[in-house]
Design a protein around this ligand. Structure first.
Ligand code: F6P
Length: 344
């Protein structure tokens, strides 16, 4: 078969491992031709691609990022995008396209399948772990480990200076990284988008901890965390060129509010794109590899419109359309019964 592959949305550790697994199975085992499109949909519309061979994917398993490059945006964004997309399928005689992406890319992929009948199959990825239909996405474990390592280091400097460290991690709509790294790192408080916070309550928690003789606190905040209505008013955010709110300022906003209420000195650490960079953990390499091998089977079984997912430890398939307009939120019990037990 002639199979295209692209990586879309924000990059994440494990993308290269998926590409490697796809090529190893499709080319070496099935005798397929695999075309890797550069820069997500841009490469598809502009017919910029590379024929991937075993040689081109050598050494990719531990390498972060994506050799294909990635972009946000979709063929729906340009007036002649759909015409050019169809032309690429016919010019290159593509029989399937594998889209490795998060909620945005998978939503677009499922719409292209539904509206045009294009033979597209998805592989979910994102450090945010917020794709509906799968128990996990690769990249998440790596991001949590990076954030946990950072929190461990911040404890010692916070203790030395008697400070409140406010650590901002990624998580636009769902607080998976904040919740897991916060539990693993022994956070004093964890602020996630799913549970609006009251800055007075957060400050009380910090004060209670200090009253009990602990002179340092680490507050972990997801970039998309929101205050309860009628408490704090966040400054208006700018939109990027895809009309996404540009996040990444909440820690700077809440740290002085905590200091003002407690009298304790605070510092801000934004982990930002460090969470997305570098080598994937062993878990993420294994999950990426399983997804990559399995999606080639899905292509040969013509399971178009579906994506490979992890369900109770097994690789299964669900319709890509489950991602349309949906975000997988954190487990409320993990927040309320586990994380919150250690607050303060
Ligand atoms: O990939 C998802 C994500 O990591 C979000 O958590 C974050 O808000 C966003 O990407 C940042 O995107 P960019 O790389 O465009 O700044």
């Amino acid at each position: 078969m002639r199979i295209g592959v692209l990586t879309g949305g924000g990059d994440c550790p494990g993308l290269n491992a998926v590409i490697r697994a796809i090529v190893r199975k499709a080319v070496d085992v099935k005798g397929d031709t695999v075309l890797g499109f550069y820069d997500a949909w841009d490469g598809v519309l502009e017919q910029r691609y590379i024929e991937l061979s075993t040689e081109t994917v050598r050494g990719l398993l531990p390498r972060g990022g994506t050799i294909l490059g990635t972009r946000r945006g979709s063929p729906f964004d340009t007036p002649d995008g759909i015409t050019r997309l169809k032309k690429t399928f016919s010019d290159l005689k593509l029989e399937a396209l594998i889209v490795i992406g998060g909620n945005g890319s998978l939503t677009v992929a499922s719409m292209l399948y539904e509206q045009l009948g294009l033979p597209i199959i998805g592989v979910p990825k994102t450090i945010d772990n917020d794709v509906v239909g799968t128990d996990a996405t690769f990249g998440f474990q790596t991001a949590v480990q990076i954030a946990t390592d950072a929190i461990d280091r911040l404890h010692t400097t916070a203790e030395s200076h008697d400070r409140v460290m406010v650590v901002e991690v990624m998580g636009r709509d769902a607080g998976w990284i904040a919740l897991h790294a916060g539990i693993a790192g022994g956070a004093t408080a964890i602020l996630v988008p799913e549970v609006p916070f009251d800055i007075d309550e957060v400050s009380q928690v910090v004060r209670r901890r200090h009253d009990r003789g602990r002179y340092a606190s680490v507050v972990v905040v997801a970039e998309g965390a929101r205050p309860k209505d009628g408490t704090l008013v966040l400054p208006e955010r700018k939109l990027d060129r895809y009309r996404h709110e540009q996040l990444g300022d909440i820690a700077h906003f809440i740290a002085p509010e905590i200091s003002a209420r407690t009298g304790y000195e605070s510092r801000v650490v934004q982990l930002g794109h460090i969470q997305r960079g570098g080598t994937p953990t062993a878990y993420d390499r294994v999950l990426s590899t399983r997804f990559g091998l399995s999606v080639v089977d899905a292509v040969h079984e013509k399971a178009f419109g579906e994506m490979v997912v992890l369900k109770c430890g097994a690789i299964e398939r669900v319709k890509m359309s489950v991602t349309q307009g949906c975000t997988r939120m954190i487990d409320p019990a993990l927040f309320a019964d586990v994380a919150a037990t250690f607050f303060g």
